[in-house]
Design a protein around this ligand. Structure first.
Ligand SMILES: [Zn+2]
Length: 429
């Protein structure tokens, strides 16, 4: 299949962060074959992008897609009681089919928001994988493992984690990749973490983990073993460029340099952190200075409650500025980097940049909306004033999955109606 995008202004996100005006993009198969002016080759599909901006697809590096079903179900609560009183009891009643419909809803929302790839940690991953397969999106999926020190539970979780990697890696025409998902150092035993490390090496798979989201978990671990979470993982030999660690809000300076030195990608989730009142902003500036790869995530829809990466970019920038009393830090360009090229790097994707040879994962943004006129600086508009309503077309793996505002591979109306029903049923069980 081939696709030609004509007359675009391209926010390339290349090394120089070039903006190319009046360029065409030729896509062949799943890749960008050429980026040039006046491409003459014929293509099966031609999209005119005159007056629009093409931007690399957003990579949402931390999500629990199926939690869309609990969006708005338990807001304005403290994190630990939110989890134990509201979320976990509902999750205990989930079935695979619910997860499938919740994930389809998430996919529709993400496509409309210009997200082309997401990382997910949850359970009933077959349901999520089926949704990803049908949606046309790209994803990195992991079964979230929790053992709380219980040996039987540990073995069961590891078996399931390994099954997901074995069954789904490389599926959906290569759009699905897989990883291992030990939930966090406070919910996983040392044995579970060690075994995860072994399996990650065996399969060459990445590891997704929550790390130092709250002050409580840092102090609890310190009381238990005398070490802070990143130090603890460092001593286990767990930290490497295969690790994608979400949150990292409550980290010391030496933990920042340890995580950076070991090549860990850290994922900032500003909306979720602020909504759950984590109290501390991820030290993004220190991570930059230490040379770490910083990516961006929304987290699940019941701690956000949106899956919009536009919002997450804006909140990331605003949170840093406000927390540090410094309007200069985390500028718009850096926020866009977090959501595109850095996210692709975290998940090991040859994407996040619009250039020849890269995966054809990008969005076409229409700025002719009140909140994005005028365009003095397109990157500023994307980060500070754009929204999913600006996303006109989305291409993933060389295929148009949103065209002129219409979802191409899913029945959106049916999904919204069914997700409402499933969600109502879930909370009444
Ligand atoms: Zn999470």
């Amino acid at each position: 299949m081939s696709l030609l995008v004509k007359n675009a202004a391209i926010i390339s996100q290349d090394e120089k962060r070039s903006v190319l005006r009046g360029f065409d993009i030729l896509v062949e198969g799943s890749r960008i074959a050429r980026v040039a002016k006046g491409i003459k080759e014929k293509a099966e599909f031609v999209v005119d992008a005159k007056g629009c901006f093409v931007v690399p697809g957003f990579v949402n590096c931390h999500n629990h897609a199926a939690m869309t079903l609990l969006r708005g179900y338990a807001d304005d609560m403290e994190l630990h009681s939110w989890l134990s009183a509201k979320i976990w009891p509902r999750e205990a009643k989930l079935k695979e089919d619910d997860v499938y419909w919740g994930s389809l809803l998430a996919c529709v929302e993400m496509i409309r928001g210009g997200t082309t790839c997401f990382a997910d940690m949850y359970f009933f991953m077959d349901g999520i994988a089926r949704a990803v397969e049908e949606s046309g999106l790209r994803a990195n999926l992991s079964h979230g493992m929790i053992d709380l020190g219980d040996k039987g539970k540990r073995e069961k979780e590891l078996r399931e984690g390994e099954r997901v990697v074995r069954e789904w890696n490389g599926k959906a025409g290569g759009r699905i990749s897989t990883s291992f998902g030990p939930h966090a150092p406070y919910t996983c035993s040392r044995e579970l973490l060690e075994k995860t490390l072994e399996l990650s090496k065996k399969y060459g798979a990445k590891i997704q983990i929550h790390l130092s989201e709250t002050r409580k978990e840092v102090f609890d671990l310190k009381k238990q073993c005398g070490k802070r979470p990143a130090e603890f993982l460092g001593e286990l030999g767990f930290l490497s460029s295969e690790v994608v660690a979400s949150h990292c809000c409550w980290v010391s300076k030496s933990e920042v340099s340890l995580l950076a030195k070991r090549g860990v990608s850290v994922v900032h989730n500003p909306v979720s952190n602020m909504k759950l009142a984590g109290g501390n902003a991820m030290p993004v500036q220190e991570f930059f200075e230490a040379g770490a790869n910083v990516a961006l995530g929304t987290d699940g829809a019941c701690s956000n409650n949106s899956l919009s990466m536009f919002e997450s970019m804006k909140f990331a920038a605003l949170l840093q500025k406000n927390a540090r009393w410094d309007a200069v830090v985390l500028n718009a360009q850096q926020a866009l980097d977090l959501a595109t090229r850095n996210g692709a790097k975290a998940l090991g994707l040859n994407a996040g940049v619009i250039a020849e040879g890269k995966l054809a994962d990008f969005s076409i943004l229409d700025f002719s909306k009140p909140s994005t006129v005028p365009v003095h600086n397109a990157v500023s508009n994307i980060v500070y004033s754009a929204s999913p309503s600006n996303v006109r077309d989305v291409v993933v793996n060389g295929k148009l999955i949103l065209l002129n505002g219409k979802i191409q591979m899913l029945d959106e109306e049916k999904i919204l109606a069914k997700a409402q029903k499933v969600a109502e049923d879930l909370v009444s069980r």
